[in-house]
Write a protein that binds this ligand. Structure first.
Ligand SMILES: [Zn+2]
Length: 275
């Protein structure tokens, strides 16, 4: 729970957080960017953290820690006073592909989340993604679920449940004709709106259903509610294509070159493709 004690104009905050970025500053200090459960994203300075054992691994990249910090109104940076490890994602660091996927989520948050804007849904999305990735969920399924849930948390979900042009619901469209991904509009179009003869990336009804499940089902229930990932490798590969296309064309705030970690991820998710 958030707690704040006012000391003059300073406010003490104590919150659970995921470390998104961390680097040494000058000789002894450390600068840490972290996403908190209840207060949004912050950049903090931990004085003397480089050589001190006081912090343990609590300020390492992707650590899930309880961070105590002091903030002043209108100040960009906060002062980290104390941090303790809350949960350790032990296997993330032993697997390059999992670490790449985890770094992608961190970069996503660094680039796209506004500082100091509380977003509990986004914190839950990131921490559950890391937890499932660490627990062995197939990387491509975890990444797709992360993107589906993150787009929803940001308030910009791709429109895959009704035609972006005429508004016809997906279940009506699939029974009467084809469904095509419309990169420009950021959603699906029915065959009639797309133009029957025109080429396009066709979306199967199973794929739309899969997208819906990944968006709406809690991370922890995904493996139990979905068939084994092997059987859905085609859907994961195709959905990733759609979601990354959507990310590049429709999410404001992305740098022109895209996310660095996404280039590594692309080869990773593509290599799992079995179709
Ligand atoms: Zn239509």
């Amino acid at each position: 729970m958030p707690c704040g004690g006012h000391i003059g104009i300073m406010e003490r905050v104590s919150d659970l957080a995921i470390v998104l970025k961390t680097f040494p500053y000058q000789e002894r200090d450390r600068i840490v960017v972290f996403l908190t459960e209840n207060h949004g994203k912050y950049t903090g300075m931990a004085k003397g953290a480089v050589h001190s054992r006081r912090y343990g691994g609590s300020l390492d990249l992707l650590a899930c820690s309880k961070i105590h910090f002091v903030r002043k109104p209108h100040a960009e940076m906060v002062r980290i006073e104390e941090a303790t490890s809350h949960h350790e994602f032990a296997s993330l660091y032993r697997d390059f592909d999992r670490l790449t996927a985890a770094s992608f989520a961190a970069e996503f948050c660094l680039r796209l989340l506004e500082a100091h804007m509380p977003s509990r849904e986004m914190f839950v999305c990131v921490s559950n993604f890391l937890f499932q990735l660490d627990a062995g969920m197939p990387v491509s399924r975890a990444v797709n679920a992360f993107l589906c849930k993150a787009f929803k948390a940001l308030g910009y979900p791709p429109s895959l449940l009704r035609c972006v042009r005429c508004g016809k619901p997906a279940h009506e469209v699939v029974t009467s004709g084809r469904v095509v991904w419309d990169s420009q509009a950021g959603g699906m179009t029915c065959g009639a709106c797309h133009g029957e003869g025109r080429a396009g990336l066709e979306l199967e009804s199973e794929l739309l259903l899969y997208f819906h499940k990944l968006t709406m089902t809690a991370f922890k229930d995904l493996n139990a509610e979905l068939p084994p990932a092997d059987g859905l490798a085609w859907a994961d590969a195709k959905l990733y294509r759609v979601l990354s296309d959507f990310l590049h064309h429709h999410i404001p705030g992305l740098p022109a070159g895209g996310l660095k970690s996404m280039r590594l991820l692309k080869t990773e998710v593509a290599s799992e493709k079995s179709c």
